[in-house]
Design a protein around this ligand. Structure first.
Ligand SMILES: *Cc1c(COP(=O)(O)O)cnc(C)c1O
Length: 357
């Protein structure tokens, strides 16, 4: 079998170098003779890996000293609850840009007053609502910067008069971010920075401690700040792989360098979607994501959907079936996906067009 081009939405493709190093560490972690699966998280070798990972996060995203980076179990979905537990006192607003945003809002509603400040549900979340005013009497505004399912993205750090909280699960490390504008940035690692099993949180220490409720120990960000993400056994292997992924990213030239490549990949694919008469994009052009590219068969060609999917498999293309709530196709072109991978998909679309002409 030739090279397989993986466009899975998550868990994502990881760089080969990361996989190779992880395979080695499974056998022998840093020359200790112990597998990374069995290493004690209280050893100096492990603590050095945790520290390296934390400092790579800080370096790559230019994280100011006001903020700390945490590694947590439970995924981004658990952080929906962390957010409400740690920040919701009276009222919170959520920008409803998709199913993940809605799920985050649901957790807040369970703990207090929370509402959607604007929503794009009217057009199946195919755009980012604009022009809404952010009230100043709310505890925080929650946004989802990249809507993995619908392929829309907020690609700038908005000015916000209240604490700003962002789920960046699927676009973290794809562009430089002004971290100082956020009270909290969080997400699951498995979209762009590692394997499933660990979530990250970049939290402004000053933003905590403002709610009156009892916060269970494990759901209190302060617990994990105090214990350097080792209050309990951390997800050792996922953190190991995340650290390798960040080392790879640094070797690529960091976030600004990868951003240029990400934009180039996205432009390559979107321009084929716009050119090829068989396909049409589903997201509003001005809100198009550079991470998840959603498209469907153009009107008149709908019946060819399954055939194209089958054809793409013969070209070693994996993972482009769209999410059931959008249909069609979704190519997730995260950092580890190469220009060559995207070119293979573009070639496949052109070949299919030629077959059908
Ligand atoms: C995948 C995803 C989630 C859920 O992540 P889990 O780690 O599976 O809980 C949340 N938000 C966004 C934007 C996602 O893409």
């Amino acid at each position: 079998m030739g090279k397989v081009h993986v466009f899975n939405a998550g868990p994502c493709l990881l760089p080969q170098q990361v996989i190779d190093n992880a395979a080695e560490a499974l056998k022998d972690f840093k020359g200790t003779g112990v597998s990374v699966l069995s290493i004690s998280h209280r050893t100096k070798e492990w603590e050095a890996t945790m520290e390296e990972c934390r400092s790579l996060w800080k370096e790559l995203l230019n994280i100011p000293d006001t903020h700390e980076v945490l590694f947590l179990g439970g995924g981004a979905s658990m952080e929906f609850l962390y957010v409400a537990m740690n920040y919701l006192e009276k009222k919170a607003a959520y920008l409803e840009t998709g199913v993940w945003a809605k799920k985050a809002l649901k957790e807040a509603k369970g703990l207090g007053e929370a509402y959607a400040i604007a929503s794009s549900a009217d057009r199946n979340y195919s755009y980012i609502p604009k022009g809404f005013e952010i009230p100043t009497d709310i505890d925080y505004l929650h946004i989802t910067t990249n809507n993995t399912i619908y392929g829309t993205e907020i690609r700038e750090d908005i000015d916000c008069p209240v604490p700003l909280i962002a789920d960046m699960s699927s676009d973290i490390m794809s562009r430089p971010v002004d971290v100082s504008k956020y009270a909290l940035i969080y997400g699951g690692a498995q979209k762009n920075v590692g394997p499933a099993g660990v979530a990250f949180a970049i939290v402004n220490k000053e933003s905590l401690g403002k709610v009156s409720r009892y916060i269970p120990t494990m759901l209190d960000y302060r617990t994990h700040i105090d214990k350097l993400s080792m209050f309990n056994t951390p997800p050792v292997f996922p953190i190991y792989v995340m650290n390798e992924t960040l080392k790879w990213l640094k070797g690529m030239g960091g976030v600004e360098a990868i951003h240029k490549i990400d934009v180039k990949k996205a432009e390559l694919l979107y321009s084929e979607i716009d050119r090829n008469p068989l396909f049409v994009g589903t997201a509003a052009v001005e809100d198009r994501s550079i991470m998840n590219v959603c498209f469907v068969m153009a009107p008149g060609y709908e019946a060819l959907q399954d055939e194209f999917l089958a054809f793409s498999k013969t070209r070693n293309i994996v993972g482009i079936k769209g999410h059931r709530s959008v249909g069609g196709f979704r190519a997730s072109i995260y950092n580890a996906c190469t220009v060559e991978d995207v070119q293979a998909l573009v070639d496949c679309m052109q070949e299919f067009e030629n077959l059908k002409k």
